[in-house]
Design a protein around this ligand. Sequence first.
Ligand SMILES: *Cc1c(COP(=O)(O)O)cnc(C)c1O
Length: 637
Amino acid sequence: MKKDIATHWNIGEAAELYGIRSWSAGYFDLGDDGSVQITVPFNGKRVAVSMMNIIAAMQQRGVQMPALLRIQNVLDAQITALNESFRRAIANLSYQGQYRGVFPIKVNQQCQVIGEIAKFGSRYKHGLEAGSKAELLIALASLDPEYGHIVCNGYKDAEFISLGLQALKLGHKVFFVIETPTELPIILQESARLGIRPLLGVRVKLASRVSGYWNESSGDRSIFGLTTAQLVATIDTLRSNDMLDCLQLLHYHLGSQVPNIRDIRGSVLEACRYYVDLVKEGAAMGYLDLGGGLAVDYDGSQTNYQYSKNYSLDEYCSDMVETIMTTLDPEEISHPTIITESGRATVAYSSILLFNILDITQFEPGEVPDAVEDEPEILANLRLTLKSVNQKNLQESYNDAIYYREETRELFKRGQISLRDLSLSENIFLQIVGSVVREMQSAKRIPKGLDELEDMLSDVYYGNFSVFQSLPDVWAIEQIFPVMPVHRLNEAPTRQAIIADITCDSDGKIDRFIGTRGINKTLPVHALKPDEPYYMGVFLVGAYQETLGDLHNLMGDTNVVSIRINDDGTFDLVHELDGDSIADVLSYVEYSPQQLFEQFRSFAEQSVRKGRITPVQRQAILDEFSASLRGYTYFED
Ligand SMILES: *Cc1c(COP(=O)(O)O)cnc(C)c1O
């Protein structure tokens, strides 16, 4: 079967196999050279660049793998898409208000990324959402006060509030969203002290619960937002302080990655009811902030599966606009400015983790030698099982093989068979599994439980990266990201593999992949060629992965390269960031690299004194020690 595929293989089949055209939102495709292409929009046409040209450019500049590749044009295009989509919905439905997006800084706080968002977003007056004091400082320094709103969620102390109030004087539109009743007295006190009237919002807990992984933020038990009693008390306090004109914004956030459009619509509807009553209570209002939740279709299935979504961006925008109109119009309430805090959907597409494969392990049976005179009986049983595999006894053969393998392991533990016999038995076991798998391919019905047998024979490809550092959600929440080789796609992949990282942790692996029908445990890959690197990419990693990552096994930040693609198909490396050196990561855990060096040097000097090494050998090993301190934490060429 595999041979057949090989002879008829073409790029179209590779695209199908990896689903790239389903999950790439048009930004990635396959080129005739067999490598992944990045394609970005330019005035109605698309310009493509081969990933292998980008990798070559990185190599020429000495940028080692693993590396995070950021594509500025993709971020730019996503901000444009979001704003244009709302603009179209607003125009088509004759909505009387405007749209103002804000990017939640926590989704990717990297300086470079926030800088790009501020720059590309300025033509739409796209703003920022800050959830902490540190993020407020980033927002105040990154946005031109004339452009973009700043929405402040999260806990706010007096310092936070005082700073935000003073920024109003600079022209920044800073909204304090009241999340808990304790914040209001501090806001009142600081605004009285400074004589500056605040811009206020309230965050409500909606009763609507949504599906998806992050649904904890929704429902009346969610930890954020005011209960209805707290909301009423807030209104009363503002009224008695003659400050209802300051209350201008209603906010809710359902949690990230909401896969089902019905949940989104239901929540907008509920929020609008709050909005109506806040207006009736006499609050100034004017802004409706629908939070984040706009999902990314990571697996390309367009379903309500938790790592997908069953709606397009246009549907999302027009459903929101339409729901607001149909709820507010009968009440004759003017249309508010719509704010969304889309983070994931804005940045996910623009980053790709690239890594090379360092090594592989194959679970392939070797030749089984003929039986010898006094062979243990258990081996004869295994040999017999192997010989008798046929289409009618697949399940039975497999069960026998498992049984005998367990038996052999027991015998070995009791010292009754040798290491060589144990090894032979494992080999025959793999032969049996291989034989069952081969028979299965032409069998009419595959017995239940055997459909995963092929996974047992899959290879392990060792990738030069750390799941914990670069893909924390793969480990923490079993998130699905698109993973695939980025070249050789004009050759049929002949192997099936899981991807292991270079931490020595058994959780440091990727073993859930997008398949043509659902999630697979293995990924089709190519056999390695001697002396030729094999590069793979993990796509759609721009949201949440960078700062949630940790230093497991002291693997540090990877190198980062940002590119800007030009309309003639060339590209510029606009920014390079060296990943952590070993000295960097050691200092994160409180070592002093200098002191480590000096301690090691004194051990080396002792060895000179004891005559174990010469002074010249001492110097050589010290040079290596200090070169290692300066080096990359990953496998270097
Ligand atoms: C995390 C967060 C967001 C971002 O949500 P996405 O689903 O990534 O768009 C928006 N608003 C608030 C309050 C958040 O906490």
